[in-house]
Design a protein around this ligand. Structure first.
Ligand SMILES: Cc1cc2nc3c(=O)[nH]c(=O)nc-3n(C[C@H](O)[C@H](O)[C@H](O)COP(=O)(O)OP(=O)(O)OC[C@H]3O[C@@H](n4cnc5c(N)ncnc54)[C@H](O)[C@@H]3O)c2cc1C
Length: 391
């Protein structure tokens, strides 16, 4: 099965070559130093990988979504922190391209495409995670626009982003705003020493009487979550699903190499059946996750709304498979997988994050089950049919 179009300049081989030379050799350092160098971000932009979600008319490379998924898998195989930056940046670029006015698109898309403006997605707060209905940030109307007050936490790329896509309660309901980093009243507090994706430069953001013009409002007021947020989160979820497949791939490769070298008893580890069992489960989870991602991407390319549930399913499966693969990978490596700087140890810490972000595994279980119940119940009666029934 080929996974990128034959005519496209963007191929898995190209992504892998870039990731193997520019990212993977430095991933341990990014994890240790808790940062991604600006030079790498520039190289990602120059390759067209940073603005990959944007069509050519918006300054992007016009990549189809299956190929976008392969890119995020290959970057995720090398370093989940770098993939995390690509994820949130893509979410913001997607939202601006989809919902921006001509003025907003002109202001932000060139920079989002060429990497001179980095984006961060700001939904979570200290008191609101899975339940976005508990968001407390407010956007009160003033004469010329809005005043934003509130705190956003766990914001990937928050330390370095130039534009923040912020969700806050406006008079007409939850709304999305594009907030320039230089806006007075916005304070960025770096978050250090997190368990995984340690290079993803998380921050807490404080908005204190942060005045933004009405042109900062992205999409219709009151539709911030239902339109802008939902679409961006679908892209983010797809990216995380593909990145999780990349982690599983990295685990398989690390274990194949280690078990050929390490001898136990009279034979290399690879000859022991219990080791083979772990490896075969890892490969099966990897292949199944990749196929689910491929399906979700293909449905996106076809414009089929079924992609939303396909993406939920892909992300739930692939993130769970990655955690299982990384856990077994550490097991297979023994103490050497547990030591400082061990790649499989990093995969394990990084994989765990994938079960929390972009809809936790529990939220995905609830959503997937709900969909199954709805599908089993059949199509809902139309309003007029329902009214007929009442009469
Ligand atoms: C590394 C990292 C990067 C992140 N980056 C971003 C970012 O860029 N932007 C952003 O906005 N946020 C970001 N987040 C926040 C992330 O989106 C939230 O952590 C996530 O939404 C879960 O929310 P929470 O942590 O508050 O957990 P909670 O919502 O408090 O959930 C805690 C636990 O309860 C479970 N749970 C919650 N509700 C239910 C329910 N109804 N039924 C059963 N179980 C339930 C959850 O699955 C979880 O296991 C990031 C987090 C991390 C760790």
């Amino acid at each position: 099965m080929t996974d990128t179009p034959a005519t496209s300049p963007f191929t898995r081989e190209r992504f892998r070559a870039f990731a193997d030379t520019e990212i993977a050799p430095h991933a341990a350092e990014f994890d240790r130093e808790q940062r991604i160098p600006t030079e790498l971000v520039k190289r990602l932009a120059a390759e067209g990988f940073l603005g990959a979600v944007l069509p050519t008319e918006a300054g992007g490379p016009g990549m189809d979504m299956v190929t976008f998924g392969v890119l995020h898998e290959e970057v995720g195989r090398a370093c989940s922190s770098v993939r995390s930056l690509l994820t949130v940046h893509s979410m913001v670029a997607f939202a601006v391209n989809r919902w921006g006015t001509a003025e907003q698109r002109a202001a932000w898309l060139p920079g989002l495409a060429d990497g001179t403006a980095l984006g961060a997605f700001c939904l979570t707060e200290p008191g609101a995670g899975s339940d976005a209905g508990r968001i407390a940030a407010t956007a009160e109307r003033t004469g010329g626009g809005f005043v934003i007050n509130g705190t956003k936490k766990w914001i990937t790329a928050g330390q370095t982003a130039d534009v923040y896509l912020v969700f806050a309660k406006a008079p007409n309901g939850m709304s999305a705003f594009l907030v320039d980093r230089a806006t007075p009243g916005l304070r960025v507090k770096p978050l250090h020493d997190i368990m995984g994706t340690r290079g993803s430069m998380l921050a807490e953001l404080e908005f204190r009487d942060c005045e933004v013009g009405s042109r900062a409002l992205l999409g219709p007021e009151g539709m911030g979550l239902s339109l802008v947020g939902t679409g961006a989160l679908d892209i983010g979820r797809y990216s995380v699903a593909c990145g999780s497949v990349g982690i599983s791939q990295a685990c398989v490769e690390a274990c194949a190499a280690h078990t050929a070298r390490r001898v136990a008893g009279s034979a290399p580890l690879r000859e022991h059946q219990l080791i083979r069992r772990m490896l075969s489960d890892m490969v099966t989870g990897l292949e199944a996750g990749r196929l689910l991602c491929r399906r979700a991407g293909a449905l996106k390319d076809e414009g089929d709304p079924a992609t939303v549930m396909a993406t939920w399913t892909a992300k739930y499966f692939a993130s769970t498979a990655a955690v299982s693969a990384a856990s077994d990978a550490v097991q297979i490596h023994g103490a050497s997988g547990f030591g400082a700087g061990a790649a499989v140890g990093r995969y394990y810490r990084d994989a765990k994050v994938m079960e929390i972000i972009e809809g936790s595994s529990q939220i995905q279980q609830l959503t997937i089950a709900e969909q199954a119940f709805q599908a089993a119940a059949g199509p809902r009666p139309s309003r007029s049919a329902a009214e007929e029934k009442v009469r």
